[in-house]
Design a binder for this molecule. Sequence first.
Ligand code: PLP
Length: 390
Amino acid sequence: MKHPDVDITPRIQFVTTQPFLPFTRPSIDERTIAEVGDVLRSGWITTGPKCAELEAALGARLGGRPVRLVSSGTAALELALRLCGIGPGDEVITTPLSWVATANVVLAVGATPVLVDADPQTRNIDLDLAEAAVTPRTRAIIPVDLAGLPVDRDRLHALAARHGLRVVEDAAQSFGANWKGREIGSFGDLVAFSFHANKNFTSAEGGCLVLNDDDEARRFERLRLQGVIRLPDGGIEVEAWGDKANLTDVAAAIGLGQLRQLEGFTARRRALAERYFAVWNRSLDFDLPPADAEGHGNWHMFQPLLPERLASRRGDFIAAMRAQGVGVGVHYPAMHLFSLFRKMGHAPGDFPVAEDIGARTVTLPLFPAMADADVDRVCAAVTGALAALR
Ligand SMILES: *Cc1c(COP(=O)(O)O)cnc(C)c1O
């Protein structure tokens, strides 16, 4: 049964002749497409020279730190925890306001995810609550740079040092972002990036881990591929289990093309975010995302929060936007409300800030190929949608 309020069409009929504007779309240039073709024609399409080239280029970009490619951001996070020897009986502190992968990887290694609420301003993990959650069993913290806005790295690493914790940065959304001018990934402990198609830097699927030294990198290579150790005589040895999480050269060729364009992508994202702030109809009672006046973030996403009175009508808002040709995403509902985490004892009210943000957040279109006029169009559609929901 539909509630009468839910059906918006009888009152306002939207007519749009413009093409559908998705909330994100990867920018793959013709040169990259040609280079992917070259890989496909080369006779070597899985892990090979293109992966080596991308690892070297990423390492050079990130201050010479070792970088190893994997098949996803999830694999980078999970294998980072395994590299730290984290497993059953250990606790890992993280935020409920992330893609569920962030906590799933903790479960995957048999450890316990300890969730703490988000900071209402940044929407990232509240580091005071994180510190209060440290116990003798805590081994690591996984901060998440939501929407590409970095967690305070000074406070994060000071906290980790005080308690002897490993830091596994979930930087899936913050490639190209910086903390006080230092690029994310170029410092810290272990840093995981994702190259999923919806990220600001993509290889269709893929990811990487930034490591501290060559010894960690070698151990990580074994975890990445079946535990295999290559011997000088051409033979192999296997001492311990390893995953199957290598990247393909087809994917790496896409990544190399993205790397050439990254500075342009990030500049364009920042300009589009600025335009959102300039054009936004402030009488609509949305909470806009943190403005990032310091320019730390990469504007991976632009996420206003719906007015409180419309918190329960997000589906109607999304439908009204779609009716005007505009795609809207939701990143993310607070994960402790998923039945997986409720079965582990979580309940509504556990993390009020994350629950409020998770219930009201909407991801509006923001990707480098957008024109300024597209932002104007989205803003007009938001005004139209709110009129329809009144
Ligand atoms: C995308 C994402 C991941 C997972 O990356 P995949 O490449 O999809 O495995 C993890 N955490 C966050 C915050 C993400 O946005």
